[in-house]
Design a protein around this ligand. Sequence first.
Ligand code: ADP
Ligand code: C5P
Ligand code: MG
Length: 210
Amino acid sequence: MGIVLDSSNKGANGSSTVDKKVKVVFVLGGPGSGKGTQCAKIVEHFGYTHLSAGDLLRAEIKSGSENGTMIQNMIKEGKIVPSEVTIALLQRAIHENKNDKFLIDGFPRNEENREAFEHVTGLLPEFVLFFDCSEEEMESRLLSRNQGREDDNIDTIRKRFNVYMESSLPVIEYYKSKGKVQRIDASKPVGEVFEEVKAVFAPSDAKIAV
Ligand code: ADP
Ligand code: C5P
Ligand code: MG
């Protein structure tokens, strides 16, 4: 699939694999930090399209794809699916959507995700929204999420936390070093978290609202 980029969207290799000019915000944070919950609100208020990497992978399992069993096994173990699989799903979703601004939730999850996405799509995030939440709070949210997810059990949750600490936090640190991280205190109730989020997307509105 050809994605042609405006020069402002070109990555280090200058390649172009997205055929429109798009704006991407990465939404990162631990499992259960509230990424999906807040993305739904951002969509409503600011007109982004929400792409959750985890949701795309779960849809791929349901579609009966040849990668389905591999993805299912990785998710059950809390492991990160090879980048080429996840990136192909993200690229397709961007390509199929008319919108030009996307929230990419739960991606990049490790350095390999980050580097491969940059290389393949040439896209760099406008900024990174980082939902910072204590492990204790995230665990309690995941255990009461009740969406029938095979990975919301205590054994898999522990594995996901380890992967988050070892592989995902370094990605957030990388973007911090580039001055791209907008940190949000995600431990608070949903409405309070969204007030902080709103201030990132519409700083002037937030000032008026106070
Ligand atoms: P993530 O996408 O980061 O894994 P979710 O948005 O699915 O997280 O939220 C995990 C669970 O926690 C859901 O059941 C959701 O309703 C709940 N939740 C989300 N944000 C909050 C919050 N700020 N306070 C309390 N519960 C929350
Ligand atoms: O973000 P979410 O909690 O929905 O992700 C669920 C699982 O999907 C992760 O624990 C991981 O197994 C898989 N995943 C992945 N690569 C991503 C995002 C999610 O392998 N970039
Ligand atoms: Mg989610």
